[in-house]
Design a protein around this ligand. Structure first.
Ligand SMILES: *Cc1c(COP(=O)(O)O)cnc(C)c1O
Length: 354
């Protein structure tokens, strides 16, 4: 076997070995008794988001499939967290990395990719990213990682410390160790695929709720089974929702889906800050809104149990968007009704969500 590939795989495995698992945080809210809420904190990875897991898996997958060797340029279509995390692993094994992203991408994101030694290649709009990445890979005999295609298959769904196995292990000593449900939004759909497959494989009595933002087709694809649905608009909650059904999105492992208004996602991300003591990203708000809605339903049925969702990334990345009131007023709109509902949780319990 190729000595370079052997060494690259060893470097990534050693890095994983040195890394700690992410925390599973219990959200303690005395007035909301009966349903216990947990947050798997994926913002604590070295590159700051759940895409750290994906990037590690995609690199190992490509290396073991012989798609990356010494001097192969790795290319990804991503203006977000995936580009940052892949740049980190590319530098680790010493291959060049290029992120194809829209020209209007936030400076902070560009700087993070460059911080890890990556290069950014700009296109005029998001719809051109995929074709540009394919063209660039062909031109430089590089490898296009293609997260929206390979995310679901790069991760070992049976275990091997994937996020699902980690959650169930960390829940073992809790009052309700098997969650009634796990709630997660979909971007590539890779995380929901891993969670849904693992739940079935282990036979857990846990349902998987996928939450979708506005301007995304995932909900309709799940509902109708029609994977050809496309829309023109693009979503406003970073990291989640897509205008077309990406290959990586696996609707059949999802038990239930729910659309969350973008204003409710932002209201929920604000609501969490004083409880957690720090800021989270907007997709975490989407997840949280879905989890609180389920909790309300459980309380209405007099059920006790636990619910788990993810903190996908930290809010520090969004100080000039979701944490800027003027930006929110212009791009998201009024949050008031949702903020009132969330405030009501402390006085009326989960009924405030109904
Ligand atoms: C990618 C991403 C998600 C969704 O995860 P997938 O596994 O791609 O479906 C959610 N939130 C953020 C911030 C992301 O970057």
């Amino acid at each position: 076997m190729n000595a370079w590939i052997q060494q690259a795989v060893a470097l990534i495995k050693a890095d994983a070995q040195r890394s700690a698992d992410t925390h599973l945080i219990k959200l303690t809210l005395p007035v909301l008794s009966g349903v216990d809420l947990y947050l798997k904190d994926e913002s604590s990875h070295p590159t700051g988001s759940l895409k750290h897991r994906l990037a590690r898996s995609l690199f190992l997958y490509a290396l073991c499939n012989g798609q990356i060797s010494q001097n192969t340029t790795v290319i990804e279509a991503s203006s977000g967290s995936t580009a940052v995390s892949e740049a980190y692993f590319a530098r680790m094994i010493g291959v060049p990395f290029v992120a194809v992203m829209p020209r209007k991408t936030a400076k902070a994101k560009i700087q993070q990719v460059e911080f890890y030694g990556g290069r950014c290649h700009f296109v005029d709009c998001a719809t051109q990213m995929h074709a540009a990445a394919v063209a660039l890979a062909k031109e430089c005999h590089g490898h296009f990682m293609d997260q929206f295609r390979y995310a679901e298959r790069a991760t070992d769904w049976r275990g091997n410390s994937n996020i699902a196995e980690s959650i169930f292990r960390q829940m073992q000593l809790e009052q309700h160790p098997v969650p009634a449900a796990i709630v997660m939004s979909a971007g590539t759909g890779g995380t929901t695929a891993t969670l849904g497959r693992y739940i079935r494989y282990r036979g857990f009595n846990t349902s998987l709720l996928a939450v979708d933002p506005e301007n995304s087709v995932f909900y309709d694809v799940w509902q109708t089974g029609d994977t050809s649905i496309e829309i023109q608009q693009s979503g406003r909650i970073e990291g989640i929702g897509r205008p077309k059904a990406e290959e990586s999105f696996q609707p059949h492992v999802i038990d239930r889906m729910m659309t969350v208004p973008d204003a409710a996602s932002v209201a929920a991300m604000y609501w969490l800050e004083p409880l957690l003591g720090r800021k989270v990203g907007a997709s975490t708000g989407t997840n949280l809104w879905g989890m609180l809605t389920l909790a309300a339903e459980m309380q209405q049925r007099d059920e006790h149990g636990s619910l788990v969702t993810l903190i996908c990334d930290s809010g520090e990345r969004y100080l000039d968007s979701y944490y800027d009131a003027a930006w929110v007023a212009q791009n998201i709109g009024e949050l008031e009704v949702y903020q009132q509902q969330l405030a009501g949780l402390f006085t009326h319990g989960y009924r405030a969500m109904m």
